[in-house]
Write a protein that binds this ligand. Structure first.
Ligand SMILES: Nc1ncnc2c1ncn2[C@@H]1O[C@H](COP(=O)(O)OP(=O)(O)O)[C@@H](O)[C@H]1O
Ligand SMILES: [Mg+2]
Length: 262
């Protein structure tokens, strides 16, 4: 089973959108998918899946961890909550192929644990300097955010190494890419390519900004659900192939079971 944690300490980058699209795409591909919503504020992924269930649309099996207090991580406390590991273990024993964990923007004990347990970390960001600084400005630099995502990933990597766990893959997903090229888009992409070397993340996968994603989400639908008239628009078809490209990228990570099921 692959555990994919979708994160970034910045709101509105597309974490829940990517989690929803990947989850539905994988289920439609015949994989057994579990999902976990750690954003106790918005519960966006849970609401989306509630809508799907009401319409009897094929969906991942979902857990919303309601009872978590969501303590902020401090040096005095254990780094992780210990509440996710049993869930991941059970899903693995139960034969799930993929677990998708959607997270909130804060550095909380359960969010930290979601990173510790991840085989793949996905960080969506928009082509904007605000996202770039909020996610990747190094500690000590003028633009560094107080709750530092990069530092958290470094700590996770250190903790995994110490525990003898394999190196995980970290992908940045450029999301809401405009169909119109822009100067700032080019600059952000160049800087992100430099940051990739410096911070140690891998391929940058792209998802276009498509109104259809927002429009379909209104009813808990995605581009992978066949419309009533059976006709897919060009935008829906292109949206599908962008998401499939990401699913293929995750599939490259070593996992016998996932490779078999896919
Ligand atoms: N590729 C996309 N195309 C169109 N709208 C998008 C796309 N990705 C995200 N959005 C929209 O951007 C907003 C924030 O996305 P969301 O997934 O909720 O972010 P997060 O979970 O990181 O806070 C939502 O309104 C969502 O519908
Ligand atoms: Mg969200």
């Amino acid at each position: 089973m692959q555990v994919v944690t979708i994160s970034g300490f910045k709101g509105g980058t597309g974490k829940t959108t990517v989690a929803s699209l990947l989850g539905v795409a994988a289920v439609k591909d015949g994989l057994r998918v579990a999902s976990l919503d750690l954003d106790r504020n918005t519960r966006n992924l849970s609401s989306f899946l509630t809508l799907r269930r009401a319409s009897r649309l094929q969906s991942p099996d979902h857990v919303m961890l309601m009872d978590m207090e969501g303590e902020a991580r401090t040096n005095a406390q254990p780094k992780h909550s210990g509440r996710l590991e049993p869930l991941v273990r059970m899903a693995r024993m139960d034969g799930y192929d993929l677990m998708i964990i959607d997270t909130s923007s804060g550095n909380l004990a359960d969010v930290y644990e979601a990173h510790l347990l991840a085989d793949v970390i996905l960080t969506p960001m928009n082509e904007s300097p605000a996202d770039m600084h909020a996610l990747f400005a190094p500690l000590g630099s003028a633009a560094a955010p107080r709750i530092n995502y990069r530092e958290m990933i470094d700590t996770v990597r250190f903790d995994r190494k110490r525990a003898g766990l394999p190196v995980q893959r970290w992908h940045v997903v450029m999301n809401r890419v405009s169909s119109l090229p822009s100067k700032v888009g080019v600059i952000v992409n160049e800087r992100v390519a430099e940051l990739a070397k410096e911070a140690g993340f891998e391929a940058i996968w792209r998802l276009r900004d498509r109104v259809v994603h927002r429009a379909l989400a209104l009813e808990g639908r995605t581009v992978f659900d066949t419309p009533a008239d059976g006709k897919l628009t060009m935008s829906e078809l292109s949206g599908r192939s962008e998401v499939r490209a990401l699913l293929a990228l995750i599939d490259r990570a070593p996992s016998q079971q996932f490779a078999k099921a896919a």
